[in-house]
Design a protein around this ligand. Structure first.
Ligand SMILES: *[C@@H]1O[C@H](CO)[C@@H](O)[C@H](O)[C@H]1NC(C)=O
Ligand SMILES: *[C@@H]1O[C@H](CO)[C@@H](O)[C@H](O)[C@H]1NC(C)=O
Ligand SMILES: *[C@@H]1O[C@H](CO)[C@@H](O)[C@H](O)[C@H]1NC(C)=O
Ligand SMILES: CC(=O)N[C@H]1CO[C@H](CO)[C@@H](O)[C@@H]1O
Length: 388
């Protein structure tokens, strides 16, 4: 315990340079032979303990909040992040839409008061200063369904060029996670209000963590954890984005992955997922595919830098979205949630630079180098975008 405390103190306080992206980085040390679970157990125990003396390291207090008035443009992963009114941003499990009409970014996510009260929306021109646009879909609208839902998770919004509508998909569920469905809502404006159109089980299957991805050609896809989180399903949406088409592929079968975040670079699709360990963080994995419908092949853990136990816990967070940086091909922001199980509305955002390129880190089971490019998420205690 003393040793862990010292190591964490050193890790959080002293060991990081402040850099801009994109940055080349030294190859990380080789992974341990022992099981990841054993390596991270002491850390996870502390993380889940609301009375841990290390709590301030995982959840730094308001004194070190990211405050837009400072104008520093530094992201500080895990710190409280305030909006332009000085309130903590409530957009957990979120995603960002870039609206080409208004040249504005919109960040949608779970607006929590412990429980989710709706979908929060924040707008920004620079991805750092966020203005609260209010709750664009209230949980009450969803609770009005005949099958009463109590949960709303991981809302994502895309724009339909043909219908001119902003379309939101989200995981809706009851408190026991037995409904396991997706909800769909629609709006004429990115700032809502969104009209809830109801929920369904896509392709007739249970659906929990999910995301949607709009491809370059305008075709959108849903990716969701199914069959009690044992596999993922992927399939195209209808042209209006309001339903799924019948074709669906089962991917990552038997791998028990959730929290999918999909992106594309030079014709290759990438997907980051987490394992299923509740609010506790675990190791991220990237898969790649030439066709979005698969086959998907594992590249490995994208996390780079810092101590092994932080890489093995995705820097104490869980993937939610990968945002392409306009004008910087191959550069992305990895967006993740550091869930705070004792006070879910005080969960933190971990935004880190993600880069594609260079040889792959991982060897496949035959010992050969993976044919896919390397995907890396670099840990930084503090960092900012190159042009801000
Ligand atoms: C929920 O349903 C009630 C009764 O039909 C209605 O009065 C109320 O406006 C609805 N609330 C929302 C948020 O849609
Ligand atoms: C979380 O919600 C609780 C209950 O509404 C509230 O007392 C607390 O201040 C909230 N915390 C944050 C960080 O918003
Ligand atoms: C490992 O990578 C090599 C080289 O790309 C490839 O030929 C081989 O099929 C891969 N093996 C497995 C088990 O994926
Ligand atoms: C980290 C930091 O410098 N935070 C400061 C930003 O500005 C606000 C308002 O002036 C201060 O209260 C914070 O301490």
């Amino acid at each position: 315990m003393e040793g862990l405390l010292l190591m964490l103190q050193l890790y959080f306080v002293a060991s990081h340079r402040n850099v801009n992206v994109p940055q080349p980085s030294a190859p990380p040390p080789l992974r341990h032979k022992h099981s990841p679970q054993a390596a991270i157990k002491p850390l996870i125990d502390e993380f889940l303990d609301a009375n841990s003396p290390l709590r301030h390291l995982f959840f730094p207090d308001i004194k070190s909040a990211i405050h837009p008035a400072n104008g520093s443009h530094y992201y500080r992963p895990g710190h409280i992040w305030l909006d332009t009114q000085g309130n903590p941003i409530q957009a957990h499990g979120g995603g960002v839409l870039y609206d080409e009409t208004s040249h504005t970014y919109y960040w949608y996510g779970e607006y929590r008061q412990v429980g989710v009260i709706g979908v929060g929306c924040y707008s920004s021109k620079d991805l750092w200063t966020w203005q609260n646009q209010g709750i664009v879909l209230s949980a009450q609208q969803i609770n009005n369904e005949t099958h009463k839902s109590n949960m709303l998770e991981r809302p994502k919004v895309i724009y339909n060029d043909k219908t001119g509508k902003y379309v939101m998909w989200m995981h809706v569920d009851d408190v026991h996670y037995r409904k396991a469905a997706v909800g769909i809502a629609i709006s004429d404006r990115p700032t809502g209000p969104f009209q809830y159109l109801g929920s369904r089980r896509p392709h007739g299957f249970d659906s929990r963590d999910m995301t949607i991805f709009k491809d370059d050609n305008g075709v959108a896809y849903i990716i969701y954890s199914s069959k009690m989180n044992t596999e993922l399903h992927i399939g195209p949406l209808t042209e209006d984005y309001l339903d799924v088409k019948p074709n669906m592929r089962r991917i990552l079968v038997g791998q028990r992955r959730e929290a999918p975040a999909v992106f594309k670079y030079q014709g290759t699709y990438y997907m980051i997922t987490s394992a299923c360990t509740g609010w506790a963080p675990n190791e991220a994995k990237v898969d790649a595919a030439e066709s979005i419908m698969g086959p998907w092949e594992t590249i490995g853990d994208p996390c780079i830098g810092g101590k092994e136990m932080f890489r093995l816990t995705t820097f104490l967070s869980q993937s939610t979205f990968v945002l392409p940086l306009l004008g910087l091909p191959g550069s992305y922001i990895f967006m993740a949630d550091r869930w705070n199980p004792a006070e879910l509305n005080d969960s933190r955002y971990v935004w880190l630079p993600l880069a594609i390129g260079g040889p792959s880190l991982e060897s496949n089971s035959s010992g050969s180098q993976s044919p896919w490019p390397r995907v890396s998420i670099h840990w930084h205690k503090k960092w900012r975008l190159p042009l801000s």
